[in-house]
Design a protein around this ligand. Structure first.
Ligand SMILES: Cc1ncc(COP(=O)(O)O)c(C=O)c1O
Length: 368
């Protein structure tokens, strides 16, 4: 007789990584495939980061600092909050899972917009709570009024993915502030800002101001995107000390490994170079969005490091063919159907050379 798992396990949808079928992430990384499916940075970690991590490797007989003290202090200073309001995590995903574990239970609900980040559908089945998915409004943006309307007495958690993955759209800081002001203060609002660094037109400090006025706000950020550290798994939350203590209570000790802490700290010392890299990505964004437009494809107004591309009428039937023709040309992109948006492609920005190859391959595929 097979072992029996708890009843929640069979309803958890799981997370599908953005690598082609039958290939491992390591195979993709060592091949010359253009990996444009996971919204990563195309640039390797800074050489100073690689050197600092290599140095630190010699002391890996020791456990890491469980409180990530140095990194929390540097983040707190930069963001103008107290270190007790910074939670460093094993990727920002760890905070999402911890939020499910500490806020949700049977009889409660989580509200989020859909399509959004593909981790969100895991949270309700994981915790035995209900989920309320609110469809995006016209323009593939969060429908904040409808989200407010979906909050009930049972709601404990609201997730706002801003900018949104996979649609690349953004609700401005004033709209988010009005939304947060209307949410009951015993409901936690996670503002998932994984892409906030990619020039949204607002100052990223605006949400921190909002947190100061509303301690039920949790701001989620990551080193996986702009800092090129996805493989290290390090993210953080700006949150109340109470939220931080709750997450600390349920996660394993030492969850953020020592090399990840060293890498993030060193990367923060080079904010100027990271800023130049972001500027390159944003310049590529302008170039790619207009090239896609010239191919007759509609995209949302991207505020991220990827484009959300509509394949037009009948696109859902075309999606698989286009994705596999691109894969045949060495370009890996995400089919929208897997992300809740059939008839779309989500294309992360690579190096300028990879982006050129992507545009050429897409043009050839559309011509067929
Ligand atoms: C919106 C959003 N939030 C969070 C994450 C996860 O980030 P991390 O690598 O820090 O776990 C991602 C990763 O793609 C994302 O798109």
């Amino acid at each position: 007789m097979p072992v029996r798992f708890n009843s929640r396990i069979s309803s958890i949808p799981g997370y599908t990584p953005g690598v082609p079928k039958g290939k491992s992430a390591t195979e993709v990384a060592s091949s010359n495939l253009a990996q444009l499916a996971s919204n990563e940075s195309p640039f390797p970690p800074l050489p100073e980061v690689v050197a600092a991590v290599a140095d630190a490797a010699a002391s890996m007989n020791r456990y890491p600092d469980p409180m990530a003290t140095d990194l929390r202090e540097v983040l707190a200073q930069r963001d103008g909050v107290d270190p007790s309001e910074v939670l460093v995590a094993n990727g920002s995903c760890e905070v999402l899972l911890g939020a499910a574990e500490t806020l949700l239970e049977p009889g409660t609900s989580v509200v989020y917009s859909w399509p959004a980040f593909s981790m969100y559908p895991i949270l309700a089945p994981l915790s035995g709570s209900d989920e309320i998915r609110v469809p995006l409004a016209d323009g593939d943006v969060h429908d904040l009024d409808a989200m407010l309307g979906a909050i009930t007495e049972a709601t404990r958690l609201v997730l706002v993915c801003n900018p949104n993955n996979p649609t690349a759209t953004y609700r401005d800081a004033d709209s988010i502030a009005r939304f947060v002001e209307a949410v009951p203060e015993d409901v936690t609002v996670i503002l998932d800002e994984a892409y906030i660094d990619f020039d949204t037109g607002d100052d990223p400090a605006a949400s921190i101001e909002l947190f100061r006025r509303h301690p039920n706000v949790v701001i989620l950020r990551t080193f996986s995107k702009a800092h090129s550290l996805a493989g290290f798994r390090v993210g953080y939350a700006i949150c109340s000390p109470a939220f931080r203590a709750a997450i600390e209570a349920v996660r394993q000790p030492f969850s953020v490994n020592a090399l990840a802490q060293v890498a993030a700290l060193e990367s923060m010392r080079h904010a100027d170079v990271i800023g130049e890299r972001i500027a390159t990505v944003v310049a590529e964004r302008e170039r790619i969005q207009s090239a896609l437009g010239e191919l007759g494809l509609e995209c949302t107004d991207s505020k991220t490091n990827f484009s959300w591309v509509s394949l037009g009428e009948g696109g859902a039937g075309e999606e698989e063919r286009v994705v596999s023709e691109l894969a045949g040309a060495g370009i890996v992109v995400r089919p929208g159907g897997l992300l809740g948006g059939p008839g779309h492609l989500r294309i992360s920005y690579g190096t300028p050379e990879e982006n050129d190859r992507m545009i050429q391959a897409l043009e050839a595929s559309l011509r067929d």
